[in-house]
Design a binder for this molecule. Structure first.
Ligand SMILES: Cc1cc2nc3c(=O)[nH]c(=O)nc-3n(C[C@H](O)[C@H](O)[C@H](O)COP(=O)(O)OP(=O)(O)OC[C@H]3O[C@@H](n4cnc5c(N)ncnc54)[C@H](O)[C@@H]3O)c2cc1C
Length: 390
C-alpha cells in the first residue's frame, strides 16, 4: 500500500494514543479526536490502577505479549523518570486444589516451564508473608514477582503528552457525528459540531463506545458494565506491597481481584466476571446490592477491610468481543476504516505493545500476533482464561 500520510484516530484511550504515537513515529500525519478531556473520566483506560500480568493460563501469545509488555513498562518508567508501573508482584490464591485446567495451575505450570521463578504458596506461607488474607481459606496458589499494577489514568496523561511532543494533533471535546463516505471509502468523519476531518485512514479506537458509531459490529462487540470499589482503610501502610501485592482470589471461577493501597491510600477491589450488557452512552448506575456483595467477599478474604469506608465507586465498561480477543484490523465492509477495539477488559497491560500491533494492521504489515485479532465474523463465545464465566 503506497504510504498515505494521514491518519485520523477516534478516541484518546490507550488504543488511540498508542496507535497515534506509533504511526507518527513512522512518519504519518496524525490527528486524534476525543469527545471529552483526555484522560476521559468515563474511559476504561482511566481509573487509578490496572493489573499488569503475564499470567494467562497456557496461552502462549498473551503470555508472550505480557512478558514483552512488562519489559517495556520498566523502560517507560525509566524514560518517564517516574514509576507509573509498580512491579509489586501478582499473588494468585485459590480456595481449592490447583488442578490441571484451572487458571492457577496452568499459569503456574506454563510460566515455570518458560523459566520464570515463581513462589508456590500455601496457607502457612500466606499467613506469614501476607497477613491481611484469611489464610486458612486459601491453601493453594503462587506469587509471581514479575508483574504488578499501572497507574492507568496517569499513564494516559503521560501518553497524551508524549503524543503532543511527537507532533500528534489532538482535539478534545470533539464528539464524533457521522462518517464521511466518498467513492465507496470512509474518508473521515463529520463531528457533531459540523466540522469535517479527512484522512487517508481513519482508526476507530472508541473502546466500549465502538458499536454506538459502528452498529454493524453489534453482533461481535458490545459494552459490558463492571463495578469497581475504592476503599480507604485507616492504616494504608498495612495494605501495601510486599505484604499486600496485586492479588487474585479464585479469579478463574469468581472473578475477584484487587490492588495494594496507592499513594492516596486507596485500595481498589474489582471483579473480572460476566458483568452487565449495557449501551455505552446510557447513564452509569451502580446496581443495588453491589456494596453488600463486595463487603461479603472482603469479610471472607480480607477481614480487616470489611468495614473500611468507601472513597468512591465506579462503573467501568469493557468493550467486549464475542470471543474475548481484541479486534484490530481493516473493516472488510468499509474501506478506509480500521477497527482497534474489543479490549474485553484485559488490554491495558499490553499498552506498550498495542501501538505496533495497530500500526502494523493499518499498514497491512505482517505481525505474528495480529492473526488472532483479525477481522472475523461472530462465532463461538469464548473469553480469556482468567475471566469468570456466566
Ligand atoms: C473495570 C475495568 C477493569 C479493568 N482492569 C484491567 C486490568 O486490571 N488490566 C488490564 O490489562 N486491563 C483492564 N481493563 C481493560 C482496559 O481498561 C481496557 O482494555 C483499555 O483501557 C481499553 O482502552 P481503549 O482505548 O480501547 O478504550 P477507552 O480507554 O475507553 O478509550 C475510548 C475513548 O473513546 C472516546 N470516545 C467515546 N465516544 C467518542 C466519540 N463519540 N467521539 C470521540 N471520542 C469518543 C472516549 O472519551 C475514550 O477516551 C479494565 C477495564 C475495566 C472496565
Amino acid at each position: 500500500m503506497a504510504r498515505s500520510n494521514s491518519a485520523l484516530i477516534l478516541g484518546g484511550g490507550v488504543f488511540g494514543l498508542t496507535s497515534a504515537l506509533e504511526l507518527r513515529s513512522r512518519g504519518w500525519q496524525v490527528t486524534l479526536l476525543d469527545s471529552g478531556t483526555i484522560p476521559h473520566p468515563d474511559a476504561a483506560s482511566t481509573d487509578i490502577n490496572k493489573v499488569i500480568r503475564m499470567d494467562y493460563s497456557s496461552d502462549e501469545q498473551y503470555t508472550a505479549m505480557g512478558e514483552l509488555s512488562i519489559q517495556r513498562w520498566r523502560e517507560w518508567n525509566a524514560r518517564w523518570g517516574e514509576e507509573l508501573y509498580h512491579e509489586d508482584g501478582f499473588l494468585i490464591m485459590t480456595r481449592g486444589e490447583m488442578l490441571p485446567g484451572s487458571f492457577e495451575h496452568d499459569s503456574h505450570a506454563f510460566l515455570t516451564a518458560r523459566g520464570h521463578q515463581l513462589v508456590r504458596m500455601n496457607s502457612a506461607l500466606l499467613q506469614e508473608m501476607n497477613p491481611q488474607w484469611k489464610a486458612e481459606s486459601f491453601p493453594n496458589g503462587y506469587l509471581n514477582p514479575y508483574g504488578g499494577w499501572g497507574e492507568s489514568g496517569r499513564v494516559v496523561a503521560r501518553l497524551k503528552q508524549d503524543a503532543l511532543d511527537a507532533g500528534v494533533v489532538i482535539h478534545e471535546h470533539v464528539p464524533f457525528g457521522q462518517w464521511i463516505e466518498e467513492q465507496g471509502r470512509i474518508s473521515g468523519v463529520k463531528d457533531a459540531l459540523g466540522n469535517e476531518w479527512r484522512a487517508d485512514v481513519t482508526v476507530s479506537a472508541l473502546g466500549a463506545w465502538t458499536t454506538e458509531y459502528l452498529p454493524w459490529l453489534s453482533d461481535r462487540l458490545w459494552a459490558t458494565a463492571q463495578p469497581v470499589f475504592h476503599f480507604r482503610p485507616s492504616n494504608p501502610e498495612d495494605w501495601r506491597a510486599p505484604a499486600f501485592p496485586v492479588w487474585a482470589a479464585d479469579i478463574g471461577t469468581t472473578g475477584w481481584y484487587g490492588f495494594p493501597a496507592n499513594a492516596e491510600g486507596i485500595v481498589k477491589v474489582a471483579n473480572h466476571g460476566p458483568g452487565r450488557r449495557v449501551r455505552a452512552n446510557e447513564p452509569r448506575v451502580m446496581p443495588a446490592g453491589e456494596e453488600a456483595r463486595f463487603r461479603t467477599f472482603l469479610r471472607e478474604t480480607f477481614p480487616a477491610l470489611t468495614d473500611a469506608p468507601l472513597a468512591s465507586t465506579r462503573i467501568c465498561l469493557y468493550g467486549d468481543s464475542f470471543d474475548g480477543h481484541f479486534l484490530i484490523d481493516h473493516d472488510h465492509d468499509h474501506p478506509g476504516l480500521v477497527i482497534a477495539g474489543g479490549d474485553s477488559g484485559h488490554a491495558f497491560k499490553f499498552t506498550p505493545v498495542l501501538g505496533e500491533l495497530i500500526a502494523d494492521a493499518v499498514e497491512r504489515k505482517p505481525n505474528p500476533w495480529l492473526p488472532r485479532f483479525a477481522w472475523r465474523e461472530a462465532g463461538d463465545r469464548g473469553g480469556e482464561g482468567a475471566r469468570a464465566k456466566d
